[in-house]
Each structure stands twice: as structure tokens, then as C-alpha cells.
Design a protein around this ligand. Structure first.
Ligand code: F6P
Length: 322
């Protein structure tokens, strides 16, 4: 076995459509280049408890367009402790794994950095529906989740229009409004509420009334979960405007489903790039999609920073929905 590098791969945090495609690319390209690839189940939780198995070419067959993650995932409280981080390193040493690919979001990269500090070769692949990682135009899963929301809203619009109602549709995004913003502009939502920008319910209510005077009898308001409770917002708007409101919380269905072609393509590219980074003996890197090219960037630049909110797109959404 000497000279053959052993690498590990795990998925961590909230699952995202396309994680399987990224995993497949890591495993297949890794084996192609003579690496031995180990899959770690249940993210850092599984790593800490030694749930590690060798991956074969066949182990990733038929998953390229499957949602979720066949490795399973978890949010690990133990990995946030020094004891947990030491146990994770110990498990990797025990299996003689000296490079680790972490497919996940911000919190997962936080864990990865602690392992890099202990001398492990680390590569991050940004996988989260939130698209809240700095240094990459897109994270794996965001395009699919946004399309899921657009599809749902177009169905809700049918009933909103038939019943002449205002719908408040809550989408995912605890700390960031990217899904609400992008889906909202794509489906022509009347208002988009995000945690990044303060909003005024009186203004939104006035907008609803102005629309009504023009003969507009239904509206869609997209709310990122971090911007407030959809039920509370719906009730406030009902009492201010007098219009009937209904609430839909899309919830976890936004995390499921087959990846879009774009997500599957980015995932494959990023999985492949992760192997190139490992073979080049680089560490603390993240794969990124920038200007339609898959590149390698510093994990430090991505980690903990969040992507700047697209204020221009937000302003455009307001201009288009006067
Ligand atoms: O990070 C992805 C995400 O889907 C967020 O948009 C959401 O706030 C969160 O995960 C929900 O997490 P959980 O599935 O652990 O409740």
C-alpha cells in the first residue's frame, strides 16, 4: 500500500441535491488516479464513531441524479468540542487517512478547519441549498431548491388568483435570503422579505392596496424563514390591509429531489477538482464555481464570511413589483 494515498469523504450539515453527484465524482476520479477512497457515514458524527468504509466504483453507481446523500449527514454537536475534534483526528489516523474531502456548508467547514490545524489535508466542497458561502457564485443544491420554490409558487399562484387571496410563502434561509430573493424575482413575487434587509409591513400593506386599486386581486409574498414568522406576517398584513391571507411553509421539501442539470454539473466538477487539489498536495482549499469555471480557492476566504447579499437584485425585485 505504500505510496498509495488514502483519502476520506463525508457529507455534513443540511443535505442538498447534488451531494451524491459530488461524492460520485470524488470516488470515481480518486480511484481513477490510484487513490483509495473511504466514505464516512453521518458526517462528523460518524467520523468520531469510526463509521468508515472503503468505497468502490460500484458503490456510487446510480446516484448521480439522486437527491439527499447516500453517506447520510448530521449536525454534530460533538465536533464543536475539542474532545470531539481529537476523536475525529484519531479515527482518521487509525484508518491511515491523511486527506479529507468535506461536502457541506459553513458549519462543516468550521469543523474541517480544526482538522486542518491538526495537520490533515483538507478540501471543502460547498454543498448547501442556502448559497451562503463566500468565494463561490453557487453552492451545490441552491439551483435545485430555487427551482423547487418557483415550481411551488407557480402552483400557489393558481389558487391565489382563483380565490383572490394574498399568500405568504415561507422558504428556507435562517440567516440568508438568497432562496427567497432568487426565487422571488424568478416568479415575480409582489414582495420579498429577507433577514438582510429591514422591512416595513405598512409599506407592504400599502403596496397590496395600490395593486388592488389597479385591479390586482392576488399577491405572493415570499418570506425567508430568518425574516420572521410567516403566520405573524400574514396576520399583520390581513389586519392592516383587510385582505384575506393564507400561509404556505415549504420547509424541507426544498432540500429534496433530483439535482438540476446545473447542480449535477457543478457537483461533478467540484468533486473532480477536489481530487486535483489533493493530488497537488494542497490543503485548506475549497472548490468554487466562479464565472462558470470550477476553481480552487482558499477555505479561509470562504469560511465564516457568508456571501454578500445581492442588493442590486433585491432593488430590481422592488422596482418590478411596484
Ligand atoms: O442549511 C440549510 C438549511 O436548509 C437552512 O436553510 C435551514 O434553515 C436549515 O438548514 C434547517 O436545518 P434542519 O434541517 O437541521 O432543521
Amino acid at each position: 500500500m505504500s505510496g498509495i494515498k488514502r483519502i476520506g469523504v463525508l457529507t455534513s450539515g443540511g443535505d442538498a441535491p447534488g451531494m451524491n453527484a459530488a461524492l460520485r465524482a470524488v470516488v470515481r476520479k480518486g480511484i481513477y488516479h490510484g487513490l483509495v477512497v473511504y466514505g464516512i457515514n453521518r458526517g462528523y458524527e460518524g467520523l468520531i464513531h469510526g463509521e468508515i468504509q472503503e468505497m468502490s466504483l460500484g458503490s456510487v453507481a446510480d446516484i448521480v441524479l439522486r437527491g439527499g446523500t447516500i453517506l447520510k449527514t448530521a449536525r454534530s454537536a460533538e465536533m464543536r468540542t475539542v474532545e470531539g475534534q481529537l476523536k475525529a483526528t484519531e479515527q482518521l489516523h487509525k484508518s491511515q487517512i491523511d486527506a479529507l474531502v468535506v461536502i457541506g456548508g459553513d458549519g462543516s467547514f468550521r469543523g474541517a478547519q480544526t482538522l486542518a490545524a491538526q495537520g490533515l489535508q483538507i478540501v471543502g466542497i460547498p454543498g448547501t441549498i442556502d448559497n451562503d458561502i463566500a468565494g463561490t457564485d453557487l453552492t451545490i443544491g441552491f439551483d435545485t431548491a430555487t427551482n423547487t420554490v418557483v415550481d411551488a409558487v407557480s402552483k400557489i399562484r393558481d389558487t391565489a388568483s382563483s380565490h383572490e387571496r394574498t399568500f405568504i410563502v415561507e422558504v428556507m434561509g435562517r440567516d440568508c435570503g438568497n432562496i427567497a430573493l432568487q426565487a422571488g424575482i424568478a416568479c415575480g413575487a409582489e414582495s420579498i422579505l429577507v433577514p438582510e434587509i429591514p422591512y416595513d409591513l405598512d409599506e407592504i400593506s400599502d403596496k397590496l392596496k395600490r395593486g388592488h386599486q389597479r385591479g390586482k386581486n392576488h399577491s405572493i409574498i415570499l418570506v425567508a424563514e430568518g425574516a420572521g414568522s410567516a403566520f405573524q406576517i400574514g396576520e399583520e398584513l390581513r389586519s392592516r390591509s383587510g385582505f384575506e391571507t393564507r400561509i404556505t411553509i415549504l420547509g424541507h421539501l426544498q432540500r429534496g429531489g433530483n439535482p438540476s442539470a446545473l447542480d449535477a454539473m457543478i457537483a461533478a466538477g467540484m468533486g473532480g477538482k477536489a481530487i486535483e487539489i489533493i493530488l497537488a498536495h494542497e490543503t485548506s482549499k475549497m472548490t468554487a464555481y466562479v464565472n462558470q469555471v470550477i476553481i480552487s480557492t482558499s477555505l479561509d476566504a470562504a469560511y465564516g464570511k457568508g456571501r454578500p447579499f445581492n442588493r442590486e437584485l433585491y432593488d430590481l425585485a422592488n422596482e418590478l413589483s411596484i
